[in-house]
Design a protein around this ligand. Structure first.
Ligand SMILES: NC(=O)c1ccc[n+]([C@@H]2O[C@H](COP(=O)([O-])OP(=O)(O)OC[C@H]3O[C@@H](n4cnc5c(N)ncnc54)[C@H](O)[C@@H]3O)[C@@H](O)[C@H]2O)c1
Ligand SMILES: O=c1ccn([C@@H]2O[C@H](COP(=O)(O)OP(=O)(O)O[C@H]3O[C@H](CO)[C@@H](O)[C@H](O)[C@H]3O)[C@@H](O)[C@H]2O)c(=O)[nH]1
Length: 482
C-alpha cells in the first residue's frame, strides 16, 4: 500500500488529501499539522474550513484510509510520498519584506523530513513557492540525508476556495514538475502520475521540468488577477461614460481568444493567493534584474487597491461627504462566496476606510465568525501593504463602531446605506422592499459585487451604486475622487 503524508492540514492540504484518499482507496493518507486545534477539528463533526462537498468526502474516508494527526514525525517517517502544503505568506520583515515569500515553514518542514527519514522518499511541493525553491529544498534534503535518496517534485495546486472539491474532482490540469533529465526523477514523476491517473484523464496530466511547474503556478495566478484588474479598470471608465461593465465584459469575452470567464467587475479581488503570489513574482523579477517586468505586474495590485479605495470614496462622497455616526449595513465579509476565509478580503480595506470616516458598521456574513471579523479589523497592517494600508483602527475603536449580527435584515435595519461586499447567493433573493421600509431615506445601496437587480431596487426607491454600471442621477453629481 502506497503511503502518503501531507504536512499542513489547511485549505489546500485538507481537501486535496481527502480527495486523493476518496479516489484512491488503495492509498493510505495521513494529514499532519503542528496546530492541535486544527487537527482536532478535522477529526470532529465541525471541520475547520467551510467548503461545499468537503464534509461528505471526509466522512467517507476518515478512519479508513484518511487520517488527521499531530504526530508529524511518525507519519513522515512511514511515508513513501511526502506532500508539503504549509503556508508561504509574504515576508513581513527583513530582506524582501512586503514582496518575497516567507519560506520559514517550508524550510523547517524540509529539515524535519531530512531528520526523521530512514527510507527514500518523494517530496512534493504542494505549496506555492518561488521558482527555484526545489533547488534549495534538494540541498537541505541531501545535505542531511545520511545516504537516503530524495526526489523533489513540484505539483502546484490550482483549486479555488468555494469550489475546491469540484476543482479537485475535475481539474483543468494536474501539473507535475521533476528532474526529467535523470532516471530517478522520471520514476518519481511516474509514481505521482500513477496516483492522479486513478481519476484524472491522462491528457490533463502535464509533466514538465521543475522550474516550469513552479513558475506556471505564479504565472497562472498573475494572469487570473490581471483579468480582474483589467475589467475593474474598465469599470471606472464605464461609470464615467455611461457604459455598462457587464455588457462590455460580455461583449469582450465572446471573443474566443479572450474567453468569458473571470471578467466580473468587483470591489476588488481578495484571498490568500493573488496578492501574495504577484508580489512574489514581482520580487523574483526584481532579483533577476527585470524592473520593467516587475512594474508591469505590480500594476495589477495597484489597480486592485484603487478599486477598493474608489468604492469607499464613492460611498462617502455620495452621502454628502460625511458618514460620521451613520449606520452602514455590510453584507458579506469573506473574500468570495462559499468560503468563510477572510484572508486579504476586500471587505477589510473597505470597512477600515468606512471606519476611518467614523461610520458605525453592522456586519453580516453567513460563514465568517464574529471573532474573526473583529480580529481582521483591528489587526494592524504592515507598512509595506498597499492602499488603505495606512489606515489602522484600534481594537477599542472597532469594539465601539462595529457590530456583527446573524442575518441580513438585522444588519440593514435603520441603516443609511448597505454595502454588498461578497456575492453570497442569499443576497440576490432578499426582500429588498422590507429592507427599504426599515431604512431612513434616502436609502442607499452600494453593490460591490453586482448581485442586485438595479432596476428593481431603483423602483423600490433605493439610490443604487453598482460597480461599472450607469450611475444613478443622484450619484452622478457626486465627485468620485479616488
Ligand atoms: N488557499 C488556497 O486556495 C490555495 C490554493 C492553491 C495553492 N495554495 C498554496 O498552498 C499553500 C498552503 O495554503 P493554505 O491556504 O492551505 O494555508 P493554510 O494556512 O490554510 O494551511 C497551512 C497549514 O500548515 C501548517 N504548518 C505550517 N508549518 C508547519 C510545519 N512545519 N509542520 C506541520 N504543519 C505546518 C499550519 O499550521 C497550517 O494549518 C500556500 O503556499 C498557498 O499559497 C493555496
Ligand atoms: O471575475 C472575477 C473572479 C474573481 N474575483 C475575485 O477574485 C478573488 C479570487 O477568487 P478565486 O480565484 O475564485 O479564488 P481563490 O481561492 O483565491 O483561487 C485563486 O487562487 C488559488 C490559490 O493560488 C488558485 O489555486 C486558484 O486557481 C485561483 O483561482 C475573489 O475575491 C473573487 O471575488 C473577481 O472579482 N472577479
Amino acid at each position: 500500500m502506497v503511503k502518503i503524508c501531507c504536512i499542513g492540514a489547511g485549505y489546500v492540504g485538507g481537501p486535496t488529501m481527502a480527495v486523493i484518499a476518496f479516489k484512491c482507496p488503495s492509498v493510505e493518507v495521513a494529514v499532519v499539522d503542528i496546530s492541535v486545534p486544527r487537527i482536532t477539528a478535522w477529526n470532529s463533526d465541525k471541520l475547520p474550513i467551510y467548503e461545499p462537498g468537503l464534509d461528505e468526502v471526509v466522512k467517507k474516508c476518515r478512519g479508513k484510509n484518511l487520517f488527521f494527526s499531530n504526530e508529524i514525525e511518525k507519519h513522515v517517517a512511514a511515508a513513501d510520498i511526502v506532500f508539503v502544503s504549509v503556508n508561504t505568506p509574504t515576508k513581513t520583515s527583513g530582506l524582501g519584506a512586503g514582496k518575497a515569500a516567507d519560506l520559514t515553514y517550508w524550510e523547517s518542514a524540509a529539515r524535519m523530513i531530512a531528520d526523521v527519514s530512514k527510507s527514500s522518499k518523494i517530496v512534493v511541493e504542494k505549496s506555492t513557492v518561488p521558482v527555484k525553491t526545489a533547488e534549495a529544498i534538494e540541498k537541505i534534503l541531501t545535505h542531511n540525508s545520511k545516504g537516503i535518496e530524495f526526489h523533489v517534485l513540484s505539483n502546484p495546486e490550482f483549486l479555488a476556495e468555494g469550489t475546491a472539491i469540484t476543482d479537485l474532482f475535475n481539474p483543468d490540469r494536474v501539473l507535475i514538475g521533476g528532474r526529467e533529465e535523470n532516471a530517478g526523477g522520471l520514476k518519481a514523476i511516474q509514481t505521482l502520475k500513477d496516483i492522479y491517473v486513478q481519476w484524472v484523464p491522462q491528457e490533463r496530466i502535464i509533466c514538465t521540468n521543475l522550474w516550469s511547474a513552479e513558475l506556471s503556478k505564479l504565472a497562472a495566478n498573475a494572469f487570473l488577477a490581471q483579468r480582474i484588474s483589467s475589467v475593474n479598470s474598465i469599470s471606472a471608465l464605464c461609470e464615467a461614460t455611461g457604459a455598462n461593465v457587464t455588457q462590455v465584459s460580455s461583449a469582450v469575452g465572446k471573443d474566443l481568444r479572450i474567453g468569458s470567464k473571470f471578467l466580473n467587475a468587483s470591489v476588488g479581488f481578495g484571498g490568500s493567493c493573488f496578492q501574495k503570489d504577484i508580489l512574489n513574482l514581482v520580487y523574483i523579477c526584481e532579483c533577476n534584474g527585470l524592473p520593467e517586468v516587475a512594474n508591469y505586474w505590480k500594476q495589477v495590485i495597484k489597480i486592485n487597491d484603487y478599486q477598493k479605495n474608489r468604492f469607499v470614496n464613492r460611498l462617502v462622497s455620495s452621502m454628502f461627504n460625511t458618514i460620521s455616526g451613520k449606520k452602514i449595513g455590510i453584507l458579506g465579509f469573506s473574500f468570495k462566496k462559499d468560503t468563510g476565509d477572510t484572508r486579504e478580503t476586500p471587505a477589510i480595506d473597505v470597512c477600515k476606510g468606512l471606519l476611518n470616516d467614523k461610520a458605525q458598521l453592522v456586519i453580516y456574513d453567513p460563514q465568517v465568525p464574529e471573532a474573526q471579523i473583529f480580529k481582521d479589523l483591528s489587526t494592524p497592517k504592515f507598512d509595506w501593504d498597499q492602499l488603505g494600508s495606512t489606515i489602522q483602527i484600534t481594537e477599542d475603536a472597532v469594539a465601539q463602531s462595529v457590530k456583527v449580527v446573524h442575518n441580513a435584515y438585522e444588519a440593514t435595519k435603520d441603516a443609511h446605506a448597505i454595502c454588498i461586499l461578497t456575492e453570497w447567493d442569499e443576497f440576490k433573493s432578499l426582500d429588498y422592499q422590507k429592507i427599504y421600509n426599515n431604512m431612513p431615506k434616502p436609502a442607499y445601496m452600494f453593490d460591490g459585487r453586482n448581485v442586485v437587480d438595479v432596476a428593481k431596487l431603483r423602483q423600490i426607491g433605493f439610490i443604487v451604486y453598482s460597480i461599472g454600471k450607469p450611475l444613478d442621477p443622484w450619484l452622478k453629481d457626486m465627485p468620485a475622487i479616488a
